[in-house]
Ligand binder design. Sequence first.
Ligand code: BGC
Length: 425
Amino acid sequence: MSSAKPFPFLCGAATSSHQVEGGNNANDWWDWEVSGRLPFPSGEACRQFVRYAEDMELAAKLGHNAHRISVEWSRIEPEENRWNEEALRHYQNVVREIRRRGMEPVVTLHHFTNPMWFSRKGGWLSSDAVRDFERFTRKTVEFLGRDVRLWITINEPMVYIYKGFFEGAWPPGIQSAHSSLTVLRNMLVAHTRAWWVIHRGREETQTGPVWVSLAKHLIQFDPCRRHLKRDRIMTGLRDWFFNDMVLESLTNGYFFLPGFAAEFLPFRDTLDYIGINYYFRDFIRFDRMTEKDPLGEICDKTHHQSDITGTTQMGWEVRPEGLYERLLALRRYQKPVLITENGIATLDESQRERYIMDHLSYVAQAAREGVDVWGYLYWSLLDNFEWDKGYAPRFGLVAVEPDGTRRIKSSAHVLTESCRKLFPR
Ligand code: BGC
């Protein structure tokens, strides 16, 4: 594990383009919203596309020293191979604003949304997907490469695939195990190509080191009925399939799925750090193999009332120990870790304050036990568009009033104070 840290402990917040910008009318989520698949459109969201300077000023005033955004592919490349320089300059201004305010920008290239032209020709199922994403990465790096050192290629590939290609609740609304695995393969290859493009861009411009990862959603899995071997076995399989397979493939450079695919990825060891998003624990039970749940089912959590420390507006269990356990489990990869998302949807500020303090305490504990943690980015800076749940879940450190005014919540100060106390700079 590298001992010299390139950054002080990074403490800040994260957002994504479609959830905060507003007016992203050239992507597949917008299309899904206006075609009536959701009762509420993202609409103007938080209007961050025009209010970004105010938001960056706010984050810096709150004492953040890092900020994660995503760039919107559909703005940058509204039609295949046609670049919108204005959009590229916009994102250049956003990352410069982040830097100017003394924060480290963390930039995600893909956070669930795709341009409509890409989606129309098959999206991540298409044989062009890797090439298209590589071209978009190259163009973005050309504009942002000098100002960005921390990159995330793809946000939560497994969640994106599960929701869009297995469960079908998100665009493109497909329900197919075979398609899911095709997309997984394409995303892994796309990540490795993007990793290479970003590193090469750095060499060409001689702008110093860059670190590239993806944001891997991690779930703490526990067996529903501990005494049953079948629940324990399925829990272990899920843990490997959901938590480890992507990270293992990208460190070993070898994608292997029994019965489906076995191939070398174009580049080996393409995680310079491990970006993780952690939210909750799931309990797993297995009674019989079904097509819908080949790796067991998520069991009804009321079985475990005594073990549960609270739930969120999303119905997720609050389980800070799970973050600690996941961090310790990552030690085997021998890489630095950046917590790229962790947060709670709640209307109760005291619950959010507790959540932040408890999770950060466990992060500090894991760091004392040898995990090289680079930082913690709370999800999210603002109350924003929570995909198919609309605007009801409130994840923000800052509320957005109906007229767009930003109102700082008490938990925002707790985040900064906890970071200062637990990770003195
Ligand atoms: C996603 C965010 C989302 C958050 C809360 C993460 O899985 O990256 O886009 O808003 O979870 O659900």
